[in-house]
Design a protein. Sequence first.
Length: 62
Amino acid sequence: MDNDGTHKTENVRAWFAARPRYHVHFTPTSASWLNLVARFFGQISGKWIKRNAHTSVADLEQ
C-alpha cells in the first residue's frame, strides 16, 4: 500500500489484526518508480487487452 493516512486508521489496523493471514507492506514515500510501473501496466491494458476479445491466456500471449 502507499503511505496514505486512510490506510493507517484504527479500523484498517483492526481489520488486518483480525486476519493474520494478510500482511501489509507500505511502499516508501519516495518510490516514484512505482508510478512508472503502474503506468506501464495501464498502457498494456489500455492498448492491447481492452481492444481485443481474448478467449484464453494463450490467445492473450500472442
